[in-house]
Design a protein around this ligand. Structure first.
Ligand SMILES: NC(=O)c1ccc[n+]([C@@H]2O[C@H](COP(=O)([O-])OP(=O)(O)OC[C@H]3O[C@@H](n4cnc5c(N)ncnc54)[C@H](O)[C@@H]3O)[C@@H](O)[C@H]2O)c1
Ligand SMILES: O=P(O)(O)OC[C@@H](O)[C@@H](O)[C@H](O)[C@H](O)CO
Length: 382
């Protein structure tokens, strides 16, 4: 069994690659970072170091590595007979993976079992996004033939993997907690065997609970923490004023998850506690800059702030704490982050309604619109 995994970064090596390896797959890492790929190709193993209660050191071996930017032939050869294709590259990068998926399907024998394609990104319907990009490249006639050669399944991945300290090499430090939920119905009665993952009938409730709790809480901690001058996530949450505002945000998103997906209030309270304890893990050197990265993506319509706030507003439920987190996000000014630079430029030039429409995807007339314009207007120049 072979799995080609795009994105040999933190979650790629520290979670998806590990689980595929443990499931018995020969893992082929594909990445555009030449230094990383060369290091992987020159090594025969790396270690995933867990930190927290019950922590273990886990060795990953039997992998290969391909530079997907410069070695198209080697990549195509690996993909042609792969069983699984996964990604952990970031949602905005999926469109660059689509040509490789298309090539893999073109080269695949029509008689081979379908390729299992699973995007492991923090985004709703990430695999569907990858499928749509691939379909678009193929055109309607070819797609009719090719789509039978793959199964596209959405997934939700949860494990905090911080940026790795200098000198760590290929080893990755991760938390002990992990969850990989995969939607089962697209596979019919033949889902891939990945013991570390669990298969669910409907992914929607899982991905929304995860994105609107773990990621909303994480990003809120990062943005409130950044403005309060904190560098680390654990340190930010130790600040009572940050923790109190993050908890208020999570009460709002939990109200949506309870109302929309039927999770119990007690169950959500427990889920929040576990998550906040994970953020407080002192063994994880996670920073507000990593967690707050790409603020324009995080402020977009289907993401961790605007999506729950829009749905709460539509239901007439409170959004005050979420709007406070959005306002904090607007203050994320990190010169090393291109989206933060663009955010600050837009705030200096855009009128608030333009920003709300173009960045947040909220149109006039939506119940969130006027309050969001008011919040953004406090930060824009005009
Ligand atoms: N780190 C976490 O805690 C965590 C947890 C759950 C989900 N995620 C999600 O996983 C994804 C990756 O996050 P990460 O933290 O591992 O980021 P990362 O930056 O550590 O890794 C991303 C990797 O993708 C590679 N890449 C970029 N463009 C590429 C391309 N065109 N082809 C192939 N590879 C390419 C980069 O070189 C990098 O090695 C994101 O969607 C993130 O939201 C991360
Ligand atoms: O990866 P992002 O930029 O979407 O979000 C940053 C963090 O919140 C995220 O990477 C978490 O660590 C992860 O989602 C935990 O499962």
């Amino acid at each position: 069994m072979k799995a080609v995994h795009f994105g040999a970064g933190n979650i790629g090596r520290g979670f998806i690659g590990l689980l595929l390896h443990d499931a018995g797959y020969e893992v082929v890492f594909a990445d555009v970072n030449a230094e990383l790929i060369d290091a992987l190709a020159a090594s025969d193993h790396y270690t995933v170091h867990e930190v927290g209660v019950g922590a273990r050191d886990l060795v990953v071996d039997r992998y290969r590595a391909v530079n997907s930017q410069t070695d198209a032939a080697a990549l195509a050869a690996e993909l042609a007979d792969a069983d699984v294709l996964t990604t952990a590259v970031g949602p905005n990068i999926l469109r660059f993976i689509a040509p490789h998926v298309l090539q893999a399907l073109r080269d695949r024998s029509p008689d081979a079992p379908p390729l299992a394609v699973m995007a492991c990104e923090n985004a709703i319907d990430a695999t569907s996004m990858l499928r749509e990009e691939t379909r678009h490249l193929a055109g309607p006639d070819e797609w009719l033939e090719l789509e039978r050669r793959a199964v596209f399944a959405n997934t939700a991945v949860d494990r905090i993997v911080p940026g790795q300290p200098e000198g760590a090499g290929l080893d990755v430090t991760v938390e002990t907690f992990s969850e990989w939920a995969i939607e089962e119905p697209p596979f019919g009665d033949a889902p891939p065997v990945i013991p570390g993952a669990h298969f669910v009938d409907r992914l929607g409730p899982y991905i929304e609970r995860k994105l609107f709790t773990v990621n909303t809480g994480h990003a809120s901690t990062a943005y409130f923490g950044f403005l309060a001058g904190h560098e680390r996530i654990a340190e930010a949450l130790a600040d009572a004023s940050v923790a109190e505002r993050v908890e208020r945000v999570l009460h709002e998103t939990s109200a949506l998850i309870v109302a929309k997906h039927g999770f119990g209030e007690g169950e959500m309270a427990e889920y929040r506690e576990v998550i906040l304890a994970r953020f407080r893990n002192e063994g994880l050197p996670d920073t507000v800059e990593r967690v707050g990265r790409q603020p324009l993506r995080k402020l977009s319509r289907r993401e961790r702030f605007i999506a729950p706030a829009a749905e709460l507003a539509e239901r007439g439920l409170p959004v005050d704490a979420l709007l406070a987190a959005v306002e904090a996000a607007l203050g994320f000014d990190v010169p090393a982050d291109p989206e933060s630079v663009e955010l600050q430029e837009r705030l200096a030039t855009d009128a608030a309604p333009t920003f709300v429409r173009e960045v947040c995807g909220i149109e006039p007339g939506h119940p969130l619109h006027d309050r969001l314009v008011e919040v953004v207007g406090r930060r824009t120049a005009s």
